[in-house]
Design a protein around this ligand. Sequence first.
Ligand SMILES: NC(=O)c1ccc[n+]([C@@H]2O[C@H](COP(=O)([O-])OP(=O)(O)OC[C@H]3O[C@@H](n4cnc5c(N)ncnc54)[C@H](O)[C@@H]3O)[C@@H](O)[C@H]2O)c1
Ligand SMILES: O=C(O)C(=O)C[C@]1(C(=O)O)C=C[C@@H](O)C=C1
Length: 293
Amino acid sequence: MPVFGTLVVVGPGLIGSSVLRRAKARGDLAQRLIAVDSSEQVCARVRELGIADEATTDITTAVAQADCVMLCVPVGAMGAVAATVVPAMKSGAVLTDVGSTKVSVIEAITPSLRADIAYVPAHPMAGTEFSGPDAGLANLFEDRWCLLTPLACTTAQSLHDIRSLWERCGARLREMTPSHHDRVCAIVSHLPHLLAFTICGTADHLAAETRSEVLDFAASGFRDFTRIAASDPIMWRDIFLANKTALLEMLGRFMEDAKAMGRAIEEDDTAYIVSRIEEGRAIRKSLQENRQA
Ligand SMILES: NC(=O)c1ccc[n+]([C@@H]2O[C@H](COP(=O)([O-])OP(=O)(O)OC[C@H]3O[C@@H](n4cnc5c(N)ncnc54)[C@H](O)[C@@H]3O)[C@@H](O)[C@H]2O)c1
Ligand SMILES: O=C(O)C(=O)C[C@]1(C(=O)O)C=C[C@@H](O)C=C1
């Protein structure tokens, strides 16, 4: 039995097209799949890939047919998209989103909400450095966490249905408050991206200044940073600005710890250096045991 009659995915990029692929592959997420994108090129590609029953730029006509609308656009676009989508939705339908930040997305969407539309904010903690409809994978969410931040306007039925949808995508589910979500993601996702973009920039500037070949020797350690540094600039600009408070708090904590490591190196404090490295190794091991690495 499908969770929804018609599921409309707005923004069938990496995340949206992964949901569509999973829905096509299983057949029990929704009876009918509609992809909506502001780009006609993206819609044409979705049609070629055959991952939706319909792909259109006509957002209001599409969402009027939806039992569930899933917003998969960059977090900075969520408010404007919701302002167009919500008035056109039919009574009793469910609105959900996959944004990487929750407080700002909820604040942006809330002014458009209606009493007869249930809203379930969600965030699948899975992705890659690639974007667009070609980047999606039917198994992207397998064994990954999907974080849900239910609100007063999240009915029990809508929460149950969105939980079922993500379970059928293979995800593990956890519920938390939006502000807790943003602090957690600031440290495990947003700060690592900030560090990756920064270290690549620093190495690149050094190479330019010294006209040297430093980057030619960027083999394994540095290469691992370059994977996430290849991520989409618009998506990450939006996330950094949307989660400013939590991200700056984590950046401050990180800078204190990095300075402490610097002092330990300066002072040949071997015990401190070893204990921090051992902490890092223990975290990697626990992720592996939890099948997250
Ligand atoms: N990439 C990840 O690793 C990841 C993981 C979890 C959640 N997210 C979140 O999912 C969302 C989508 O990320 P993605 O990586 O799939 O992005 P993406 O760039 O692959 O896809 C976004 C799509 O939205 C479309 N779009 C943009 N503005 C639009 C608008 N106003 N109306 C209609 N369509 C519009 C774009 O044309 C594009 O096709 C973001 O909110 C992001 O924070 C991303
Ligand atoms: O694996 C990656 O490349 C990702 O960037 C995925 C990642 C993450 O940082 O873990 C990125 C943003 C999301 O909101 C969720 C997942």
